[in-house]
Design a protein around this ligand. Structure first.
Ligand code: SF4
Ligand code: SF4
Length: 57
């Protein structure tokens, strides 16, 4: 399981520095989560202003 950043992301960058496993990175103007590194903590969802990170179904 991992979180996924959906299309609501406005690329503010707030989540990147908050991730404890550095799973979030910016790529081509969008932020993405490396599923291999994500530990499902939910911190990115808490700090995101638009609730773009969502738990993977
Ligand atoms: Fe990082 Fe936690 Fe978000 Fe996964 S859920 S990307 S570990 S902040
Ligand atoms: Fe995108 Fe939310 Fe992360 Fe900002 S905090 S870069 S809007 S996912």
């Amino acid at each position: 399981m991992a979180y996924i950043i959906n299309d609501d992301c406005i690329a503010c960058g707030a989540c990147e520095s908050e991730c404890p496993t550095e799973a979030i990175s910016e790529k081509d103007g969008k932020y993405i989560i490396d599923a291999e590194k994500c530990i499902d903590c939910g911190t990115c969802a808490e700090v995101c202003p638009v609730e773009a990170p969502q738990p993977e179904e």
